[in-house]
Design a protein around this ligand. Sequence first.
Ligand code: M6R
Length: 369
Amino acid sequence: EKGGYGTFMEKEIHDQPKAVEDTLLGRTDASGRLVLDELRIDPDELKGISKIIVLACGTSAYAGMVAKYAIEHWVRVPVEVELSHEFRYRDPIIDDSTLIVSLSQSGETMDTLMAVRYAKEQGARTLAICNTNGSTIPRESDAVLYTHAGPEIAVASTKAFLAQITASYLLGLYMAQLRGKLFQGEIEDILADLHKIPAKIQEVLDGADDIRQLARDMAQAPSVLFLGRHVGYPVAMEGALKLKEIAYIHAEGFAAGELKHGPIALIDEGQPVFVVVPSPHGRDSLHAKVVSNIQEVRARGAKTITVAEVGDADVVDYSETVFYVPETQPLLMPLLTTVPLQIFACALAAEKGYDVDQPRNLAKSVTVE
Ligand code: M6R
């Protein structure tokens, strides 16, 4: 049942090309237009939405952060992302033109369920992006978009995360199509690039021996920092969470722009720092700014490990190790840049002899508040 792998987590990391492919499957009609019939929500209602609030916990909340960058860019509707357990205990501004998008692998996370119930009571429309058919959160939501990652057994989420990001892109593109915010040709181009992602994930998986070797070499590291910017920021957060969860190593993710506002004080000789580098084809100057962050931490003695787009020569001089991922649109990069970080955490935990699938103190789905 582990498909020849030693652990479910390894298997699920390797299931990711299929998880993304299956989540994309059957979402377009013969003319290439997105059809999300299963949403069960009136397209006119989606047209009238004035604000989206994404609610989730843990890894799912990082998928929500990626969703924000994509949906705001494509749909031009404001998107807030909030941890479910914080949302309910403030006084959030919600009305019937607010769309709540919950993200949950299990569909049973109590914090997210309670937040969705609360939002419904306040009159919001609710849409669940979920990996578990018939679970409670989609049952209680007005609309549902299932991710098709297949059952995820390891406590640490991997393939569900990539599937959630994929489904968020589909939702964003669908809303952009409904609201006429992108040309049909632009939507088709993005979808075509999405369909190329599974083969690119496979390339990352096939070239992962160096990552596993690095993990073995770094098994004694007391702390690891992760930096990213734009959609690389949630990827950095996710890389840090994976390492905390299964390898019990102190790890922090930061937005690279925050470095000089505090975290750079942590850098001294030998401190490992992973940097998720934005695409050199993305927003002007973002790539250059992150490259100078790499220089800054390196100059203070950090051991720099970068995850960059293939062909990015600018990072080489300042990186002790570079992991390249294939090229794609800047907004789609998390589907590729996350993978080396998952493999790293999984290999490091295995090297330390820990139970990768059942880390201490954690449950697969958190059904208490
Ligand atoms: O089932 P959910 O997606 O609602 O779960 C949310 C979090 O509990 C979950 O992502 C958790 O952070 C995982 N252990 C991450 O690996």
